[in-house]
Design a protein around this ligand. Structure first.
Ligand SMILES: [Zn+2]
Ligand SMILES: [Zn+2]
Length: 203
């Protein structure tokens, strides 16, 4: 059992069982934007802009208190659901919007960092390194295994419809927390800084 907790402690929970998991550092611009949105980039992102994530099946996640403090932001109408707390703006995790694809990428800020290696091993993949901010950029590592385990996690959540035990979606498949979807302008500002009136190569 691995503890889940927001920074202020109002949200509490844990990960149960011994299923498949993946430890990943994601350097993508969207994960960086999420940390900036919550104004916690300094404590969530590593020196290369990476976010350390633990991927597990959602049905292994249990919340014991504070579920009402969960909120969701989406960078766009098709983006991942990016779960965080509204009590203390702690990033919690990322899911797809389809509850049948029952995985969550839990973010280290809501996990017990001192126990990650003991509970989930020391094999950490690095993905989306092209968007890393450091120089030189970190090398990509372990992508293939991460993809295979991701597929296995999705399948494990479909076996016996276990995805329906997820605490994050209602029986009707709706997320249990309110969703804020950013506008295009908000998204651009978070991803690339304030680009108003400037030539922007990312258009
Ligand atoms: Zn909190
Ligand atoms: Zn990412």
């Amino acid at each position: 059992m691995h503890n889940i907790q927001c920074q202020c402690g109002k949200l509490q929970g844990h990960i149960v069982g011994n299923g498949i998991s993946s430890r990943v550092v994601c350097y993508c611009a969207d994960c960086q934007a999420f940390a900036r949105y919550l104004e916690c980039a300094d404590r969530v992102l590593d020196s290369d802009g990476g976010t350390e994530i633990l991927q597990v099946a959602q049905h292994r996640v249990r919340f014991t208190q504070g579920l009402e403090h969960l909120a969701i932001m989406r960078l766009g109408s098709k983006g991942l659901l990016r779960w965080h707390t509204s009590c203390c703006n702690t990033p919690v995790g990322n899911t797809l919007s389809n509850p049948r694809l029952g995985f969550i990428g839990l973010i280290h800020s809501s996990l017990d960092r001192s126990a990650l290696e003991k509970d989930f091993g020391n094999n950490i993949a690095r993905v989306n390194v092209d968007s890393a901010t450091g120089t030189p950029k970190p090398g990509q590592k372990g992508l293939f295994g991460t993809v295979l385990r991701f597929i296995a996690m999705i399948i494990s959540a479909r076996v016996g419809n276990r995805y329906k035990q997820s605490p994050l979606f209602t029986r009707e498949g709706e997320p249990v927390a309110p969703v804020t979807t950013l506008s295009r302008e908000q998204r651009k500002t978070l991803k690339y800084g304030d680009v108003t009136g400037q030539n922007n190569a990312h258009n």
